[in-house]
Design a protein around this ligand. Structure first.
Ligand SMILES: NC(=O)C1=CN([C@@H]2O[C@H](COP(=O)(O)OP(=O)(O)OC[C@H]3O[C@@H](n4cnc5c(N)ncnc54)[C@H](O)[C@@H]3O)[C@@H](O)[C@H]2O)C=CC1
Ligand SMILES: O=C(O)CCC(=O)C(=O)O
Length: 452
């Protein structure tokens, strides 16, 4: 084992020992560390300055009680988190997730990913993430509002437009951002628009932020396919999920000439041979907040596959491209096998860490392209940073201009990942390219800022 590999193994063992039971955090750290052997050999100062040890330790972790009252008057207690991971490049930036599965390890894995993703955008934002184990499913608007107000009653002390800027993630969309911002404004007694992103466009939000993660993932996919002389035009595509990221990924893939023949939610998947009808999907998922089975009930060309993931559609349909856009570890080794048999050429992560390490290995061994989330889904946070820019100059940009900025940022991320992979002797390895490019930028800034 080389001295660099030895050091990486030692620090990884320390991460496991210091963060027991946080398996998703361990997984995220390992995926980055696996790319860094050559980097540490080339830049011994990263070892001398203990950058690996420092980058795995959040600068600050806040855990708090969230009491709230339901519509019957019953009091509930949830747990809130904000992990302020790394501020070497700018104020902490990253979303909030409201989901019953959220625990400290979840927020740490997401916050860790966010450090490198935010670096790749080329914009001045550090890495952070937050959330709660609150389950918004089935809750009334009033209950959601009271929960968000209680969350912000504690969180407001820790955030600010130059300190830490939250946004949405799973279970947190425009409605929740509104309630969170309203409570911040009330307690802080100032209209500090840049304190949170994903706001409504009439009160400080940026056009394109809603669409940005999905659109960005589609742009990134198009660049990856371009590198092997293919394109989304005419491609048969599967997208998992049917939330914010999935919906707008499907919209842009269709605009670029692809056909998305499957989507899903946590109850199952739909297979639609004629392509997902987004107006029907919008009505069911965004307006009625219903289940995806209702889509199949109302659409003649669609079939509901109960309790299975969307990758099951690849047992019945040839597939060129797959975009996991729902949640972590949702595409495993068996799914990768099914997708490869169906002819998949590229898997691109719209979600954060949705592909298991074994699945990534299988896909890459088989010669399929693999686009990691920290690069492919960075369009959301990048557009959040554009929202912060607009807030600070009290301006709002047109849809066309903002989308053009997003497209340019995604093109730059693609060429940075591809170029870095080439430079380190692993052409086409977007995982290594993204990890090395993000890590070196953050590490250099940490060294420049001293031991803090
Ligand atoms: N919203 C954003 O701007 C960004 C989100 N992401 C990531 O994208 C992913 C999706 O986030 P959003 O679309 O914002 O959340 P969302 O709450 O709008 O949608 C999540 C979707 O995933 C589905 N889902 C959850 N668990 C599932 C499972 N086990 N199997 C199948 N479907 C399942 C839900 O039914 C829902 O359709 C997450 O990993 C998130 O961290 C990444 C970058 C930015
Ligand atoms: O826009 C943001 O700040 C949040 C984006 C996010 O949470 C993510 O990239 O996973």
């Amino acid at each position: 084992m080389s001295p660099s590999s030895q050091r990486i193994a030692t620090v990884y063992d320390q991460v496991i020992a210091r963060n027991p039971g946080e398996h998703e955090f361990h997984q995220a750290v390992k995926e980055v560390f696996d790319s860094l052997g050559r980097v540490l050999t080339k830049f011994p100062e990263y070892v001398e300055e203990s950058i690996l040890e420092r980058i795995c330790e959040p600068e600050r972790q806040i855990i708090f009680r969230i009491p709230w009252t339901d519509d019957t008057g019953r009091v509930h207690i949830n747990r809130g988190f904000r992990v302020q991971f790394n501020s070497a490049l700018g104020p902490y930036k990253g979303g909030l997730r409201f989901d019953p599965t959220v625990m400290l390890g979840t927020v740490k894995f997401l916050g860790f990913e966010q450090i490198f993703k935010n670096a790749l955008t080329g914009l001045p934002i550090g890495g952070g993430k937050g959330g709660s184990d609150f389950n918004p499913k089935g809750r009334s608007d009033g209950e959601i509002m009271r929960f968000c107000q209680s969350f912000m009653t504690e969180a407001y002390r820790h955030i600010g437009s130059s300190v830490d800027v939250p946004a949405g993630d799973i279970g947190v969309g425009r409605r929740e951002i509104g309630y969170l911002f309203g409570q911040y404004k009330r307690i802080a007694n100032r209209y500090e628009a840049g304190v949170i992103t994903g706001k409504g466009t009439s009160w400080g939000g940026s056009l394109v932020r809603t669409e940005a993660t999905g659109y960005g993932a589609a742009f990134f996919t198009e660049h990856m396919l371009g590198a092997i002389n293919r394109s989304l035009d005419g491609s048969r595509v599967l997208v998992s999920g049917s939330g914010n990221v999935a919906f707008y990924a499907i919209e842009k893939i269709h605009a670029l000439g692809g056909l998305v023949v499957g989507a899903s939610d946590s109850s199952g998947a739909v297979h639609d041979r004629e392509g997902i009808d987004l107006e029907l999907m919008r009505e069911i998922k965004q307006v009625q907040r219903g289940r995806i089975s209702e889509y199949a009930e109302q659409r003649g060309s669609a079939e509901f596959i109960e309790g299975r993931s969307v990758w099951a559609v690849a047992e019945k349909h040839d597939i060129d491209v797959a975009l996991p856009c729902a949640t972590q570890n949702e595409l495993d080794d068996d799914d990768a096998r099914i997708l490869l048999k169906a002819g998949v050429k590229a898997v691109v992560e719209g979600a954060n860490m949705p592909t298991t390490p074994a699945a990534i290995h299988r896909l890459r061994e088989a010669g399929a392209l693999f686009g990691p989330g920290k690069a492919a889904n960075a369009g959301g946070v990048a557009t959040s940073a554009l929202e912060m820019q607009q807030n600070s100059i009290r301006d709002s940009w047109s849809f066309e201009y903002t989308e053009a900025r997003l497209a340019e940022i995604m093109e730059n991320i693609h060429s940075r990942c591809a170029g870095t992979a080439e430079e380190y002797g692993v052409p086409g390895d977007y995982v290594a390219g993204a990890n090395i490019a993000g890590f070196t930028q953050v590490a250099d800034a940490m060294i420049a800022q001293g031991v803090i």
